[in-house]
Design a protein around this ligand. Structure first.
Ligand code: CP3
Length: 343
């Protein structure tokens, strides 16, 4: 049996054509996504409706034939399962009740008490394993503890993660306790996704770049290493992709330090730099600037070829450097895939 292309790349194989998928490939740039979200009512209802969540996961696979599907859910469902209130303000983003005191931390549920709330997500995974084409890899995911903590501490997204940095400085014990709880809960959550049928899991540390020096080691590297070590003990053959976004120099050695099978790279670094500094240790994923999905044209073709060429010498999964944005043109996604596969 020839294995799926993404799994081959994750095992370290250099392929003539890189497999491709996109962060946020099921999203608002697609009219069929917007129609299904309207049917569900709102974004969170869509996440918890297993049939409809599976449907939006499948939409970009049908339209484009991506090599991987990513489970449709959100990194903020885990804190919700731990007991915080979560809602989305239209046009603004997530809002949640904050956790900043020892009492609020103690009031959260235990790390392994999240599965009743998250059961619909596991059901989405089971539906997808039945319905995806045989060649398409199913990726599960969770947020990394630091990134999830930044939302829980601030109660919303922040430009500089100021509230989380402030709590880390003012009450180290509460901050570290929250990171600890999230680390254990993430292990429990990803384990259940794998049991349900996820073939690969990805850890999204979107705000890793704001951790400097020893903080990066303590709160980006160490939790990822703990999560990956625990998952590998239970599921030695399930590859893990880590995305410490905007880590810069922190990308160097990240796979070795954490045990990740692949490091996803954002577009603040060049593919040549990432090939020389990161791909020498194994598979990398990335890193086309998502703006090309809006602007298109010859610049998109040239930039896509550039990424493919730079990573040609080693294992590579083509992706954007961050999620595709709602203003992207679906035709540009088709042009990107055509360029990757046919030159
Ligand atoms: O990649 C995928 O398509 C899989 C599903 C997925 C979503 N969010 C769906 C989503 C994944 C992997 C995420 C991860 C996520 N969620 C991250 C880490 C990756 C990143 O983007 O940096 C973060 C920080 C979140 C939290 C979150 N969810 C924010 C800040 C927002 C609002 C901003 C926005 O893009 O609207 C969301 C909402 C969200 N998550 C949407 C989708 C498709 C848009 C919701 C809608 O339909 O209105």
């Amino acid at each position: 049996m020839t294995d799926k292309t993404i799994l081959r790349a994750l095992r370290g194989e250099t392929l003539p054509t890189p497999p491709v998928w996109m962060m946020r490939q099921a999203g608002r740039y697609l009219p069929e996504y917007r129609a299904t979200r309207a049917k569900a009512g709102d974004f969170l209802s869509l996440c918890y409706d297993s049939e409809l969540a599976a449907e939006v996961t499948l939409q970009p696979i049908r339209r484009y034939g991506f090599d991987a599907a990513i489970l449709f859910a959100d990194i903020l469902l885990l804190p919700q399962a731990l007991g915080v209130d979560l809602w989305f303000e239209t046009g603004e983003g997530p809002r949640m009740t904050t956790v900043t005191t020892p009492a609020e931390l103690a009031a959260l549920k235990a790390h392994d008490d999240v599965h009743d709330t998250l059961a619909p997500i596991y059901e989405t995974v089971r539906i997808l394993r039945r319905e995806l084409p045989a060649e398409t890899t199913l990726i599960g995911f969770a947020g990394a503890p630091w990134t999830v903590a930044t939302y829980m501490i601030a109660g919303r997204g922040t430009r500089d993660q100021g509230p989380a940095h402030a709590l880390k400085a003012a009450d180290r014990a509460t901050f570290a306790g929250l990171i600890d709880l999230l680390t254990e809960a993430t292990i429990a959550y990803l384990s259940q996704q794998i049991e349900a049928g996820a073939e690969v899991v990805k850890l999204f540390d979107s705000w890793a770049g704001s951790l400097k020096g020893q903080d990066f080691e303590d709160f980006a590297v160490a939790p990822a290493a703990r999560i990956i070590t625990a998952l590998k003990a239970r599921f030695p053959h399930v590859p893990v992709i880590a995305f410490p976004r905007e880590a810069g120099e922190g990308y160097i050695g990240f796979a070795k330090k954490t045990g990740a099978d692949c490091v996803a790279i954002d577009n603040s670094v060049t593919p040549e730099w990432a090939a020389a500094k990161v791909q020498i240790d194994g598979c990398v994923q990335g890193n086309l600037d998502p703006k090309h999905m809006v602007t298109g044209g010859p610049a998109l073709v040239e930039a896509t070829r550039h990424v493919v060429e730079a990573f040609r010498g080693g294992p590579h999964i083509f992706n954007l450097g961050h999620g595709i944005t709602p203003d992207a043109d679906p035709e540009n996604v088709a042009l990107m895939i055509e360029t990757i596969r046919n030159g």
